[in-house]
Design a protein around this ligand. Sequence first.
Ligand SMILES: Nc1ncnc2c1ncn2[C@@H]1O[C@H](COP(=O)(O)OP(=O)(O)OP(=O)(O)O)[C@@H](O)[C@H]1O
Ligand SMILES: [Mg+2]
Length: 287
Amino acid sequence: MPSTTTLSKPATTTERAAHFSQRAPFTSTVGKATMGSTVTAPQTPAQQPDHPLPESGLKTDSSADASMVVLDRISKLYRQGSCGLKDVSLTLPRGGFLFVTGPSGSGKTTLLKLLYGAERPSEGSITVNEQEIHGLKGDRLSRFRRQLGVVFQDYKLIPNRTVSENVAFALWAQGCKQADVARRLAPTLRLVGLQHKADCFPTQLSGGEQQRVSLARAIVGTPPLILADEPTGNLDPANSQQVIRILNKLNKMGATVVVTTHDLHLVKQSKHPVIQLKEGQLSWLRR
Ligand SMILES: Nc1ncnc2c1ncn2[C@@H]1O[C@H](COP(=O)(O)OP(=O)(O)OP(=O)(O)O)[C@@H](O)[C@H]1O
Ligand SMILES: [Mg+2]
């Protein structure tokens, strides 16, 4: 980021509320050998040079449960009657990396929304990072979301804020000092290849660039759980590889990662576990 960049802190709680990332205690234990125990980097060379992330906020807490996510017989029926998910059970260990595939309308976004508390299940229970999230609302829900980095399918960038500010908001929301914000911002923007766009507004960016801002915002606080909804949906193959490579890197640092994608080619290039959703029902493509 150029040294001339000025950052304006978010003025409203509404703006702050859009940003979830926060460093939080993390356990590196991998509880189930079936998921996330093997980490394989993508085969294609990265488009961007490798830049170090700022010192990780991921910490080992050996007393924590081995599971990061537990979905127990979750169903989601939307008010209009459409089915989001049907009787889905899933356990994701800390440090796991899971791909979620499936056709359009099969329930991928619904699954992630349930995990970050934007939707509530019609049936079943959800535990994330040892918290039963069903009853969370208000401040408790906001605090819970600070443990997550979310890449939204529709980006959700703040239009009247620059790239730097959009990414920095994630850190301001958790009360980071300005020096810490500056320390984390530049390497994260370099990591997603957007250091030269730091002072641009979202409308001045391509769809793929906006998608990478959304990724930068999700990872800048090195959260223990990253939920990425089609993070490569608008990217060319080289940039898609780079995004998966970045998520692999965060995963190797200890983050648990869930990625939805239509791109079976990307999925095949890794050895991570893969589930498929079809009309809301889950099956394993690779464990
Ligand atoms: N807010 C909502 N109200 C009513 N129905 C919804 C809502 N959100 C999703 N649905 C329905 O739930 C089903 C699953 O939608 P979801 O967005 O989870 O699919 P998806 O797999 O993410 O699709 P895509 O690949 O197109 O993003 C679809 O039938 C959709 O129409
Ligand atoms: Mg979706």
